[in-house]
Design a protein around this ligand. Structure first.
Ligand SMILES: C[S@@+](CC[C@H](N)C(=O)[O-])C[C@H]1O[C@@H](n2cnc3c(N)ncnc32)[C@H](O)[C@@H]1O
Length: 294
């Protein structure tokens, strides 16, 4: 592990006596030991967080999302990145926009170490003060009303719904009144063939006595998404993506699954999306994204 340090004043946002500072990463007491994400971080972090083979592909895939995040932020905002990974969002956002502070929460120490090492190398990110917090999203040792905006990208879907429910309580607690919450790629739609597969997978996990396993994808109805965000002053639930043929068949072995995806589901869905009338597209959306005001 590297010994590089980050000087930050943002530790005033932390609940007292709930963390230990280890070389610029604040580790929450009682955090779960290690997750599958630590292993992913050491193999190919970029692929793990955004399914991109390399950094350039990740940058291209991130363009629209970063522009959208930017549209919702102000320069003096304190931004919370919930399940920040190695800091993909910060990597593309901060060179373009200096914020009052950036709070990155993740349960993977390996992911946060990658974040720290890149941040230290890049002056354009360092103009925004950074707080790296190694914590579980459902017990976050941040003070109440400590952030102006929160972003969640591709995190909730990998957690059991009870964990997501508790995490949302944490977001409501730490977000200031009037603050903005942006949730991307976190609520895959249940009313799809993928959703049916996901429910079967959860049933198998339950039978195996591992219902809370972090990693497998959980699927949501619009009603569930609305219930999770109860208490927000404004709530916009946006259907995004398109898929009729299931993107993957989760029970296929790796190499056959890849052939299925590249030779069948991806081209067929692209074709169907082109011929689908615009007004029908929401019926085949694959995700719900959320913009909410506290
Ligand atoms: C698919 S990656 C997405 C990373 C980042 N949000 C992005 O979009 O680039 C999911 C991240 O969420 C983190 N994560 C998943 N479940 C978590 C939990 N219960 N508590 C804290 N972090 C979690 C993982 O460690 C991983 O870094």
């Amino acid at each position: 592990m590297s010994n590089i340090m980050i000087e930050t004043d943002l530790n005033v946002l932390l609940e007292p006596n709930q963390t230990v500072d280890q070389g610029g990463i604040f580790i929450a007491k009682g955090i779960a030991e290690r997750t599958v994400w630590d292993a992913h971080a050491t193999v190919n972090a970029t692929h793990a967080v955004i399914s991109a083979p390399d950094e350039e592909a990740a940058r291209i895939k991130s363009v629209d999302q970063i522009a959208d995040i930017k549209r919702h932020l102000k320069a003096d905002d304190m931004l919370l990145d919930f399940g920040a990974g190695y800091g993909r969002v910060a990597q593309y956002l901060l060179p373009d926009m200096v914020l009052r502070g950036y709070v990155a929460v993740d349960s993977s120490h390996e992911m946060l170490s990658l974040f720290r090492e890149r941040y230290i190398r890049r002056d354009e990110e360092q103009r925004t003060p950074l707080l790296l917090l190694n914590a579980d999203i459902h017990t976050v040792p941040l003070k109440a009303a400590s952030v102006d905006a929160a972003v969640v990208c591709a995190v909730f879907l990998h957690n059991h719904k009870d964990v997501v429910q508790k995490s949302m309580q944490e977001i409501k607690r730490v977000l200031k009144p009037g603050g903005t919450l942006l949730v991307y790629s976190s609520y895959p739609r249940r009313a799809t063939v993928m959703g049916v597969q996901g429910m079967l997978y959860q049933a198998v996990l339950n039978l195996l006595g591992k219902p809370f396993k972090n990693g497998p994808v959980r699927y949501y109805s619009k009603k569930e998404v609305m219930a999770l965000h109860a208490g927000f002053a404004d709530l916009d639930i946006i259907p995004v993506g398109f898929g009729i043929v299931p993107k993957t068949l989760i029970f296929l072995p790796g190499p056959i699954e890849k052939i299925y995806r590249t030779c069948f589901s991806n081209p067929v869905n692209s074709f169907l999306e082109k011929i689908c009338p615009k007004s029908w597209k929401h019926l085949f959306a694959t995700w719900y994204d959320v913009v909410a005001t506290r």
